[in-house]
Design a protein around this ligand. Structure first.
Ligand code: ACM
Length: 702
């Protein structure tokens, strides 16, 4: 314990903490529970050393130590010491002599939901101390340490003086990756696990089967991956490799095999599972098919039993997800044999009609018994909630908050995903707002304990392995903060400020959310010169929201290449959002500045000039980009949007000119301009102009 005294001495020598945070230092995302910033810095130099102290030796210590060492070496040192990432590890010694000293009390139990992930991180001018009760806390603190570093000219970095005390708000902080709709190769999953580590997410929910694919190698039923997966699947060895990779980053892996609906890939491989005599191929299109397994036959359950006997041992996690969503029971109602079974079993409504819910609950109970036979807890989407479902089932609420609360009231553990659907191309702010446990949650303290946390969901109908990072990051970090940080951390502009700092850091981890869309634009433009005007347009486009992309006349199949401008367009346009903030600032200024000096001071002039320059760029971009759009058949459909951008910018420039002169627009001009702007909203190529609402605010100002 002598080194503890040494650390105390070291910290006592540091200048007083509790300084207001220097603005450039408040970069952490998620925001920690507590951070007291100092005024000094620690400089990481080429002679930097690090050391791990693990007092309690147990059988699990070597694995925990090597996970910590791997995190330091692979994830943190390349940022602390970009010029020389193989910095010296000092072996344990009586005294901590290294610049970075890590100390944890015991190996954390990764598979225990609610395991201690807390840590303290102290950066003083003399060194860095990261302490945690478990090695999982060390892994979380290392993610914080990585975010603090700024590079120096001499190949090292500097860290701001700070004292962080931190712990998660929720124990279940997940990201669903859908590898069924588009297969996501091992490298894609791994780099996203790194992103999860960086944002302190701790559950990968791996959606492994759906109508369009079954992605797990099965030695018992090889047609599952051969026919159901069309050859695109994870071998059992690859699954173990990913589970191990995740575990070493403190991330659990919960697999999902969706049933009885969303299971066409199973039926394509083994038609005897189907609810009718049809034969199926894996689904070639997207959408809710309402094709379901036959829940009345014993052979269905013996088949599921065998699949679980093979799949559950691949995943050490105690939870197993059975899906259970989006089956309206139409195939059951249309089969006289199944209807007769429902009547015979009493699965009927008060009016005596076949009750699909009762039959699905019976199915869920059978599957739950099988899942429990393999020592797993069953998780399902909120459709499985209902009378007769054993309380041991965990409910994942996607259709609304109600399912979450109903589940907890009925004694189920529950997870929130409603509001966290990052595949819908909504804003980070919209995902940041929903709280699994707001102050007014209608739950008793006991019921509140059943709310485990939440999961962002990346459904992959419109995301392939190339573009998926850009659909997940950086917006998923907003969900990560909601699930980790204290409830009162809710400042939206500050979240965006920190998201912009985090985003490039995520790319240095290997994610491609910025690189991949850039590359796609270059491919579409055909030359580096042509890419500039194309980017100006693409940066203010967003894919149409929610699931509208399915319904705009363009027929997608699972084979449709995701290589159009809509795929390169950001889910949330930073350029549009920042322009919107600049418009609001200018309008505030115009309202509050005295008429005599308005737009004559440097601040007013600067605001006006920068807005005008942006509008002029959009106005003149059309002439530059049209030839590029016309020369590529994949781009032609976007030509009207560029014209619309030009038209809208011209209207905004007119309004800006009047504003500068202090003149009000005529009512006639304004009415006509707003009508024109509304007409420009029509999407093209499944994208829309993200700047229109901001231009409208400018134009409609009195
Ligand atoms: C779901 O989005 N169908 C769970």
């Amino acid at each position: 314990m002598r080194y503890v005294l040494f650390l105390i001495a070291l910290l006592a020598a540091a200048p007083a903490f509790a300084q207001p945070a220097p603005p450039e230092a408040r970069m952490l995302l998620p925001v920690p529970t507590q951070a007291n910033w100092g005024r000094s810095r620690f400089t990481v130099k080429p002679d930097f050393t690090w050391q791990v102290f693990t007092p309690a030796q147990t059988a699990a210590t070597p694995a925990a130590d090597s996970a910590v060492a791997e995190a330091v070496e692979r994830l943190v040192l390349p940022v602390l010491l970009p010029g020389r990432p193989q910095a010296n590890r000092r072996r344990a010694s009586p005294l901590p002599t290294a610049a970075l000293v890590l100390q944890y009390g015991r190996p954390g139990s990764l598979l225990t939901v609610g395991e201690d992930e807390s840590y303290t991180l102290r950066v003083t001018p003399m060194g860095v101390a990261l302490n945690a009760p478990t090695h999982l806390g060390i892994l979380r603190g290392l993610a914080t340490l990585r975010e603090l570093a700024s590079p120096t000219k001499s190949g090292g970095s500097t860290l701001p003086e700070v004292d962080v005390v931190d712990a998660p708000r929720f124990p279940w902080r997940g990201l669903l990756i859908d590898a069924a709709r588009h297969f996501m190769p091992v490298s894609v999953v791994k780099r996203n696990l790194d992103g999860m580590w960086a944002t302190k997410l701790n559950v990968l929910h791996w959606h492994l089967s759906d109508d369009q694919g079954f992605r797990v190698e099965s030695k018992l039923f090889p047609r599952l991956h051969q026919v159901g997966g069309q050859g695109q699947y994870y071998t059992q060895r690859q699954i173990r490799e990913i589970v191990r990779y995740a575990g070493r980053r403190g991330i659990r892996v919960v697999p999902e095999l969706d049933m009885p609906g969303h299971a066409t890939a199973w039926l394509a491989a083994y038609p005897r599972l189907a609810s009718n005599d049809s034969t199926y191929g894996v689904a070639p299109r997207w959408g809710v098919l309402n094709i379901a397994m036959d829940p009345t036959r014993e052979t269905t359950y013996s088949f599921i039993d065998s699949v679980l006997s093979e799949v559950t041992p691949l995943f050490p996690d105690p939870y197993f997800h059975i899906g259970g969503d989006e089956n309206d029971g139409r195939q059951w109602r249309r089969n006289p044999r199944i209807v007769a079974y429902m009547k015979q079993q009493g699965y009927v409504t008060e009016k005596g009609l076949p009750d699909k819910h009762a039959l699905q609950t019976a199915f869920n109970r059978r599957v739950l018994a099988l899942v429990e036979k393999y020592q797993k807890r069953m998780v399902g989407w909120d459709e499985i909630l209902g009378p007769g479902l054993p309380a041991s089932a965990v409910i994942q609420s996607w259709r609304g908050k109600k399912g979450l609360y109903d589940a907890a009231k009925a004694g189920h553990q529950a997870i929130l995903s409603n509001g966290y659907y990052v595949d819908l191309n909504l804003t980070a702010a919209s995902h940041y707002a929903p709280d699994p446990l707001p102050q007014d949650a209608p739950l008793t303290p006991e019921q509140q304990k059943l709310i485990l946390g939440g999961e962002a969901t990346m459904w992959a109908e419109f995301a392939d392995s190339v573009i998926v990072d850009a659909r997940i990051w950086p917006r998923t970090a907003a969900v990560a903060e909601r699930l980790w940080s204290p409830a009162q951390v809710r400042d939206v502009p500050d979240m965006y400020r920190r998201l912009a700092l985090l985003s490039p850091q995520l790319e240095t981890l290997g994610l491609q959310h910025r690189k991949a869309p850039s590359q796609l634009l270059l491919q579409l433009a055909g030359s580096p010169a042509a890419v500039l005007p194309l980017r100006t347009l693409a940066q203010v486009l967003e894919p149409v929201k929610e699931y509208k992309r399915h319904f705009q006349g363009f027929k997608y199949t699972t084979q449709t290449p995701l290589n159009r401008l809509v795929d390169a367009a950001p889910a949330e346009s930073d350029v549009a959002r920042e322009f919107g903030a600049a418009v609001d600032k200018l309008l505030d200024y115009a309202r509050s500045a005295p008429a005599a000096t308005r737009f004559r001071d440097a601040n007013g002039r600067q605001q006006l000039t920068s807005l005008r320059e942006q509008l002029l760029q959009w106005q003149t971009n059309d002439a530059l980009v049209q030839p590029i759009l016309q020369q590529n058949s994949l781009l032609q459909e976007y030509a009207p949007l560029s014209v619309n951008l030009k038209t809208a910018a011209a209207l905004a420039l007119e309004r800006l000119a009047l504003l500068e002169k202090g003149q009000a627009p005529t009512a006639a001009w304004q009415t006509a301009a707003l009508k024109q702007l509304d007409a420009l909203k029509a999407p093209a190529g499944q994208t829309e102009l993200a700047v229109l609402p901001h231009l409208r605010r400018l134009v409609e100002t009195k």
